[in-house]
Design a protein around this ligand. Structure first.
Ligand SMILES: Cc1cc2nc3c(=O)[nH]c(=O)nc-3n(C[C@H](O)[C@H](O)[C@H](O)COP(=O)(O)OP(=O)(O)OC[C@H]3O[C@@H](n4cnc5c(N)ncnc54)[C@H](O)[C@@H]3O)c2cc1C
Length: 433
């Protein structure tokens, strides 16, 4: 069983159609836009810009989909953790109303993109079951559903029997059903966006990490170890793998870790008892359990981890115990792969759209909701880069804000998963009193 997080060990890297190998930037050149980072955000942004007729260069430090986008659970969970009123309090009424409208359309927009660009990514829009792990979480979910249904969402409330029937799990007494949710092969989708962007004329360079950005008159020079691009605008989409590319950016979020396993393909009998109708499931635990089938009926199951190695601080045991808690019939199933990836979590669990200087924009911080929301952000980055006024966008455009005591808290991140797991257990013990 593999425990490392190199692409070869990641289930999605073993099962995605290959992307033709890309060049490394080794010349000095120019472009209208440079996109930095080749995950879902960067590839979808490059696609949108290239489709508009602009000259686009995308620079990826490793390979397309190397980051979270090639490690993701691939669940399209098209909803925020905040209610529309809470969003309005944070970002103002008019921005919140644009964000609410965009959010309600986000899943359909993603699946429409997949159809429009003919991307082969094993997609299914079969719905998302969001299950409560305790009574307090149930109350929170009820409020969330009521608030979003009041603005046009179509969320169903499931009692215990309905939750069991919908998910195949007896672990939960209550859940929400989001019919527009679904799942994708996340690496195939990322590669599909990249190929489509290339079809529109975007140039993609892999193994081309950006190591410097400097001003040159009214242009920017983006440097890699062997080349450089002169451009009018740079779009940073490096998310949780951001290092020191721009002052303060890596201190604006916490790089938490999510870990996953892929089981062996399930027998026909087992398949019939689990996630009927190909729904996805995630729960309200702090150390969130989430799962879905892949196209060969392997169950992909994940939770919170500690470091880039899924095994750190008992991660593999936590995954297996989680799997057996949600689906006891899988306690002894063979595990084909385990891996880890980083998610960028912001203080308010919402992505940020920054403009730290003229000609530099950044979109990051999806806080575990990136499959639908990276596309929402990418479309927003495209609009902004092409000149749309900030008051037409669904995210507020902000300066970068460093989180106080970031380096201290960051050092404690490996302990977050065991601590969260303990808090989750306390919740269920309190329920049992
Ligand atoms: C294990 C796991 C499970 C998840 N499950 C789900 C889920 O089920 N549903 C959901 O909605 N979300 C999920 N997420 C979150 C989701 O996958 C992410 O939000 C999303 O993929 C982020 O995409 P991105 O393009 O912004 O970042 P990434 O995919 O991380 O891409 C950033 C890229 O930037 C590159 N880069 C960094 N620095 C540089 C540089 N200097 N120069 C050039 N390139 C650079 C990196 O190599 C990387 O490829 C999960 C995440 C993980 C890790």
């Amino acid at each position: 069983m593999s425990i490392d997080a190199t692409p070869h060990d990641i289930h999605w890297h073993r099962t995605a159609p290959p992307l033709s190998s890309q060049l490394t930037l080794n010349v000095e050149t120019s472009a209208d836009f440079v996109v930095v980072g080749g995950g879902l955000t960067g590839t979808r942004t490059a696609l949108g810009l290239a489709e508009s007729g602009a000259r686009v260069i995308l620079l990826e430090g490793k390979t397309i989909g190397w980051g979270a986008s090639g490690r993701s659970g691939g669940q399209c969970n098209p909803m925020w953790r905040a209610t529309p009123d809470q969003l309005a309090e944070r970002i103002g009424d008019s921005c919140a109303s644009r964000l609410v409208e965009t959010t309600l359309a986000s899943a359909d927009a993603l699946f429409d993109d997949i159809t429009k660009y003919n991307i082969r990514c094993d997609h299914e829009q079969a719905g998302w079951v969001q299950a409560a792990h305790c009574r307090t979480a149930q109350r929170d979910l009820e409020q969330l559903a009521s608030a979003w249904n009041a603005v046009g969402a179509n969320i169903e409330l499931l009692d215990r029997p309905a939750t069991e029937a919908m998910s195949g799990s007896t672990e939960y007494g209550f859940a929400l059903f989001h019919p527009r949710g679904g799942h994708v092969h996340p690496l195939s989708l990322t590669r599909g966006f990249a190929e489509t962007a290339q079809g529109f004329g975007a140039q993609i360079f892999e193994n081309s990490p950006v190591c410097g950005i400097r001003k040159d008159g009214d242009r920017w020079i983006v440097s890699t170890p062997q080349g450089a691009v002169s451009t009018g605008q740079i779009i940073l989409t490096t998310n949780a793998y951001t290092k020191d590319i721009w002052p303060g950016l890596q201190q604006s979020f916490f790089p938490l870790v999510s870990i996953s396993l892929a089981t062996a393909p399930l027998s026909h009998n087992l398949q019939e008892t689990i996630l009927p109708n190909a729904v996805t499931l995630s729960d309200t635990r702090r150390a969130i359990y989430y799962c879905r089938f892949d196209r060969d009926r392997r169950l992909i199951f994940g939770c919170v981890g500690s470091t880039d190695n899924a095994a750190t601080l008992g991660g593999i045991g936590r995954l297996k115990r989680g799997l057996a808690t949600v689906f006891p019939q899988l306690a002894d199933i063979d595990i084909e792969a385990t891996w880890a990836g980083r998610i960028a979590v912001t203080p308010e669990m919402m992505p940020h759209l920054h403009e730290p200087d003229t000609g530099i924009i950044a979109g990051l911080g999806f806080s575990g909701r990136g499959i639908a929301m990276t596309s929402v952000m990418a479309r927003t980055l495209v609009k902004k880069a092409l000149g749309a006024h900030d008051n037409t966008l669904p995210f507020p455009v902000t300066q970068i804000s460093r989180i106080p005591l970031h380096s201290v808290v960051r050092r404690a991140i490996p302990l977050a998963a065991p601590a969260m797991t303990l808090r989750d257990k306390l919740d269920t013990w309190v329920d049992a009193l």
